[in-house]
Design a protein around this ligand. Sequence first.
Ligand SMILES: Cc1ncc(C[n+]2csc(CCOP(=O)(O)OP(=O)(O)O)c2C)c(N)n1
Ligand SMILES: [Mg+2]
Length: 305
Amino acid sequence: MTQVYQGEIQFRRFLDEQGTPVAELPGWARQPETLQSYYRNMVLARQLDTKIIALQRTGQMGTYPSMLGAEAMDAVSGELMQQGDVLVPYYRNHSLQIIRGAEILDILNYWGGDERGSASPGYGEDFPNAVPIATQSLHATGVATAFKIRGEKRVAVTFCGDGATSKGDFMEALNLAGAWQLPVVFFVNNNQWAISVPRSIQCGAETLAQKGLGAGIRCEQIDGNDVIAIHEAMADALKHARDGKGATLIEAISYRLSDHTTADDATRYRHNDELKAAWQKNRLNAYRTIWLRTDGGTKFRNRPG
Ligand SMILES: Cc1ncc(C[n+]2csc(CCOP(=O)(O)OP(=O)(O)O)c2C)c(N)n1
Ligand SMILES: [Mg+2]
């Protein structure tokens, strides 16, 4: 027999759990400005999340999906996407929507049950939240098809969860993106749970990233808590799409540190030990220690250590 194809998936990571470099850092990561903007975005996301959950618990807000543990992906993606790009979000991208121009009030309105929260001018051409799982993957390919036909150097960026990658819509979207070389980035927040279904039993593949291999598109796995890895992966994916080379699938390994939504109680189906271990991997505190030094983060050594 002749081997006709062999694929591999790379995992990108620059910082360990304490925020110490484990690989050569890119040049930009030695300047404090970009890192500080990521840190600021993450802190704002966490504060808003805490506030909204408090509002929900006191009867002033509807059912709400927390961003806890997903802050880094939004923080970086929101800075790297251009204004003319189109975000096709899922229901855990509130912070990304705010970075791209939505008002906090829009987010509060939407999750408070007022659909006008999806219609404010702050969203520009970005799409409203998709609560039906994985439908937005196909919408993003539609947007990317329009960009391609018009010859515009714009990119559609869409997010979904690990569970969404089990749906036909997601696989169809990947297939079309590969067949037509569409300028789209599929960003999968693999937070290990689809409500009460763990990642381990929802898909037989070793990685979710490798679903891109079958569609003929670029794909990689990254540490979803590592802002530098997210930056590098997203910047490469956006450039690839803008250069007319087609789509990328990024699988970011994270953990849903919250209940699925405020209507859920995760203590009924997952062990506390797992949650505790996941908190150790969340770097927000490690980033704070590094970036709040007076030198603004320049103490990062540009070598593994
Ligand atoms: C088409 C469809 N089926 C079922 C649901 C119910 N549902 C809401 S969230 C969810 C799990 C999604 O998990 P995942 O894709 O991993 O995203 P996460 O919530 O973990 O970020 C399901 C099944 C839905 N919203 N839409
Ligand atoms: Mg999930």
